[in-house]
Design a protein around this ligand. Structure first.
Ligand code: ATP
Length: 234
C-alpha cells in the first residue's frame, strides 16, 4: 500500500536518512522502532510531505507522494498524529478536531466525521467547548488521534503516541489502535515503547542512524537477541 523506495533525507547539508526502503501492507499494523535520533520522526514527516527526499521516492497506491503538497497527502488518505500531539492549546476541542478536515475536499463530510470521532471518544464530546490545553495528557492524545481521523484515513501514522502518558492510558491507546485497525485502517506506528508496539504489530522495522538495520514479523522480533537487549531491556 505504501512503498518507501531508497529515500535520502537531509536537514540542510546534513543527511539523516540514508537510502531507506520499507513497505506497509494494507490492513497491517507496522512499527518503526529505534532509539532517539534514529530518524523515525523524519521518516514520518517525509511521508507526510513536510520534508522532501533528495533521492528516492514514496508511493501510495501507485501515487507518487513526494511530489504532492502535504494537504494533498492527507486527502489521498494518509493522516499523521505528530510527536507531542501539536494541538492548538487555546482553541476548543471541537475547533482542534475540525482542523483535521481543513483540506477543502474534506469539508463535505466533516459533520459526519466529527460524529464518528465523538462516538469513539465520548469524553471529547463532553469537553468539546473546553480549551484543548486544559485537558489531561491522555485526553490531548485522544484529540490528536481524533483530529487525524477527521480525514477518514486509509493509513494512520502515529509518532510516539505513548510519550509521557501513564501506563494504563498507554494501554488504552494501544487497544484503540487495534480497534481502528480492526475497522480497516492500516497503521504505521513510531514508538520507543518497543514492547507495547510489538504486542500489537504484524511487522516491524528497526532503525539506527537513518537506516533500517533489521526487520521481521513482530512475533519473531520479540525473540530476537539484539532487539531484546537494545529495546526490550531483557
Ligand atoms: P526521537 O525519538 O528523539 O524523536 P527520531 O528517531 O524520531 O528520534 P529524528 O527526530 O527523525 O529521530 O532525528 C533524526 C536526526 O535528525 C537526529 O540526528 C536529529 O538530531 C536530526 N534532526 C531532527 N530534526 C532536525 C532539524 N530540524 N534540523 C537539523 N537536524 C535535525
Amino acid at each position: 500500500m505504501l512503498d518507501v523506495r531508497g529515500i535520502d533525507v537531509y536537514y540542510g547539508e546534513v543527511q539523516v536518512i540514508h537510502d531507506m526502503s520499507f513497505r506497509v501492507r494494507k490492513g497491517d499494523i507496522i512499527s518503526l522502532l529505534g532509539s532517539n535520533g534514529a530518524g523515525k520522526t523524519t521518516t514520518l514527516k517525509t511521508i507526510s510531505g513536510l520534508l522532501r527526499p533528495k533521492n528516492g521516492g514514496i508511493y501510495f497506491e501507485e501515487i507518487r507522494l513526494d511530489k504532492i503538497q502535504p494537504s494533498s497527502v492527507i486527502s489521498k488518505g494518509i493522516s499523521h498524529v505528530p510527536e507531542g500531539r501539536r494541538l492548538f492549546p487555546k482553541m476548543t476541542v471541537e475547533e482542534n478536531l475540525m482542523m483535521g478536515a481543513f483540506e477543502k475536499s474534506l469539508w463535505g463530510n466533516r459533520m459526519q466525521n466529527i460524529r464518528n470521532v465523538y462516538n469513539l471518544f465520548p469524553r471529547l464530546e463532553e469537553r468539546k467547548d473546553q480549551q484543548a490545553g486544559t485537558l489531561s495528557g491522555g485526553e490531548q492524545q485522544m484529540v490528536a488521534i481524533g483530529r487525524a481521523l477527521m480525514s477518514k484515513p486509509k493509513i494512520l501514522m502515529l509518532d510516539e503516541p505513548s510519550l509521557g502518558l501513564a501506563p494504563n492510558i498507554v494501554e488504552s491507546i494501544f487497544e484503540l489502535l487495534k480497534e481502528l485497525n480492526g475497522e480497516g485502517i492500516t497503521i504505521l506506528l513510531v514508538e520507543q515503547n518497543a514492547q507495547a508496539a510489538l504486542e500489537i504489530s504484524d511487522y516491524a522495522y528497526v532503525m539506527e542512524t537513518g537506516k533500517i538495520v533489521l526487520d521481521g514479523k513482530a512475533e519473531d522480533l520479540k525473540d530476537n537477541v539484539y532487539v531484546k537487549q537494545a529495546y526490550l531491556g531483557l
